[in-house]
Write a protein that binds this ligand. Structure first.
Ligand SMILES: C[S@@+](CC[C@H](N)C(=O)[O-])C[C@H]1O[C@@H](n2cnc3c(N)ncnc32)[C@H](O)[C@@H]1O
Length: 232
């Protein structure tokens, strides 16, 4: 029997890009009409990152990468607050253009490095550049194979002690759930963890996001480290 990892998916990059081109470059647009959860979301992420900074062998606080960054909601309220520099990667260049206004001239000048207008399936980070790679609410747009390749590439982009944080919706069943509207999937926990293993990542911490409204998917944060830590 085929494992869950091998099952085919409905993900289409073209259809997804078409969908996102109809979405306004606003917080509400980024969050599917749930702008109200942004503050709680950022608060939960900040608690996690601050705990990670206090852990053994913490990541440095110099350079972060925001993946599937949209207009820069996470860059603005989370990453630019905790890191010296932030790069963004996002398939929709209209969102990145809007991010310049949304982030404002001070952040753009002082904190933002490069904005990469490219899909994660085609993105290869510079080797050894990032202390934290933040990937939120975007992996449902990647096929299983591309997700694994993307995470393998991300590992190469990490500094020593660098880590990847994935924050994603998770199904309550063991099935992959397809969203025809934006051509994405929501994966069950087991499948996502299987893909992390395939990408040679150690999932050393899983934290549930608290205080989201009822009726939404459960959201988890996965802290991922390369199985073989780099040495100097
Ligand atoms: C639900 S929004 C989340 C935006 C941001 N991560 C946040 O939490 O505010 C999903 C974002 O992923 C982007 N996206 C969709 N498919 C992508 C892909 N293949 N590569 C990179 N970004 C993608 C969309 O354009 C959109 O900006």
């Amino acid at each position: 029997m085929a494992s869950e990892v091998e099952t085919t998916q409905a993900t289409s990059y073209e259809e997804a890009a078409k969908y996102w081109s109809t979405v306004p470059p606003t917080i509400n647009g980024m969050l599917g009409g749930f702008a109200c959860i942004s503050t709680t979301d950022i608060r939960g992420s900040k608690v996690l990152l601050k705990q990670l900074f206090k852990s053994q062998n913490p990541p440095n606080k110099y350079y972060a990468l925001d993946c599937g960054a949209g207009i820069g909601r996470i860059t603005k309220y989370l990453l630019s607050d905790l890191f010296e520099k932030v790069d963004m990667v996002e398939q929709n260049s209209v969102f990145l253009e809007a991010a310049k206004n949304y982030l404002g001239p001070t952040l753009i000048e002082k904190k933002i490095g490069t904005m990469f207008p490219v899909g994660l399936q085609d993105f290869k980070p510079e080797i050894g550049k990032y202390d934290v790679i933040w990937v939120q609410w975007v992996l449902g747009h990647l096929t299983n194979d591309d997700l694994v390749d993307f995470l393998l590439n991300c590992q190469k982009g990490l500094t020593n002690n660098g880590l990847i944080v994935v924050k994603e919706n998770i199904t309550s069943s063991v099935e992959v759930e397809v969203d025809e509207k934006d051509s994405s999937v929501t994966r069950p926990m087991g499948l996502l963890k299987e893909l992390f293993v395939k990408a040679n990542l150690d999932c050393y911490r899983v934290t549930k996001q608290l205080n989201f409204p009822k009726g939404l998917y459960t959201v988890y944060m996965f802290v991922l480290k390369p199985k073989i830590q780099k040495s100097d």
